[in-house]
Write a protein that binds this ligand. Structure first.
Ligand SMILES: *[C@@H]1O[C@H](CO)[C@@H](O)[C@H](O)[C@H]1NC(C)=O
Ligand SMILES: *[C@@H]1O[C@H](CO)[C@@H](O)[C@H](O)[C@H]1NC(C)=O
Ligand SMILES: *[C@@H]1O[C@H](CO)[C@@H](O)[C@H](O)[C@H]1NC(C)=O
Length: 261
């Protein structure tokens, strides 16, 4: 009798891994999240448009179409009307204002001012259609997507998708990344010297490996882009173009044959 039970247990243990194991997709980048920063209409065709922004789209589509990720993050600037970063909210018509920190009145930060942008309910706040369509498809299929709606606080701006500019409040991004076992973030999006920069630097501060895909991010000029990339490399961000990144991360090596399970 005992022998029979042992035999049954042995059988259960031998098949259990087969039952539980889900084969890795041959395209999956383990422990790596794709981070799409502010790929919103206002930064492409709207109030903060620049003619270089649309050139990133084919690269971003390729990262979504040809690769699979355990986790994808899409951030959106998400400002209430009259936000502190809107020039329209400051009657004195200047390029920047000094504001005091919410928590520490003795500390000051300089807030740049912009045209109104990314107000919820406007098309400018929406994620570019080709990217959004792909995200909806992937969410419904098998990839968790976390939308970070940042800078909702009326009186403090947020460039980074991790936290606002005063580290007054953090978004859910860091917790979500750790819950999904992510150690590397692959960053893309708009614009290089503001929200992409802030997210990359916070990623480094929080201990992630940060890769910036240089042809999947843009800003208003070559020189601003180059000086931002130099600064980010000093922070320890790995900057590479998409072809080089794909060559360094060949997904076929991650394929596991069924017999190994
Ligand atoms: C694009 O930006 C320019 C300023 O750089 C602005 O004059 C123009 O109105 C913007 N276009 C749209 C569609 O908002
Ligand atoms: C902000 O404060 C700094 C240091 O006090 C000063 O140099 C700068 O001109 C101020 N900027 C604005 C926009 O008021
Ligand atoms: C990517 O960078 C390498 C140099 O590191 C260069 O040879 C190659 O042409 C670049 N590819 C693209 C698409 O820019």
């Amino acid at each position: 009798m005992i022998l029979v039970e042992i035999a049954i247990l042995a059988l259960l243990f031998s098949v259990a891994p087969l039952v539980r194991a889900v084969p890795f997709s041959p395209k999956l980048h383990k422990n790596t999240a794709l981070v799409l920063i502010d790929i919103q209409n206002d930064f492409i065709t709207g109030s903060l448009n620049n003619s270089r922004a649309p050139t990133i789209l084919p690269k971003v589509y390729r990262l979504l179409d040809d690769h699979e990720w355990p986790f994808i993050v899409a951030s959106q600037d998400w400002h209430p009307e009259g936000h502190v970063s809107f020039a329209s909210a400051h009657p004195e018509k200047v390029d920047a204002v000094n504001i005091t920190f919410l928590d520490t009145p003795t500390k000051i930060e300089t807030q740049s001012l912009y045209p109104d942008h990314c107000v919820p309910g406007t098309s400018g706040a929406e994620i570019e259609e080709g990217v959004q369509t792909r995200l909806h498809y992937m969410e419904g299929y098998r990839t968790p997507v976390n939308y970070i709606k940042k800078a909702q606080d009326h009186s403090v701006d947020s460039y980074s998708a991790f936290a606002d500019n005063q580290y007054h409040r953090f978004t859910t991004l860091n917790s979500e990344l750790s819950l999904h076992g992510v150690s590397t973030i692959v960053v893309t999006g708009l614009i290089t010297n503001a929200c992409v920069r802030g997210t990359c630097i916070d990623g480094i501060k929080l201990g992630y490996e940060v890769v910036l895909i240089e042809d999947a991010t843009e800003t208003i000029s070559d020189s601003i882009k180059a000086s931002t990339i130099e600064e980010l490399e000093r922070w320890g961000v790995q900057v590479m173009n998409l072809s080089n990144w794909e060559a360094a991360n060949p997904t076929h090596l991650k394929t596991r044959a069924l017999k190994e399970l």
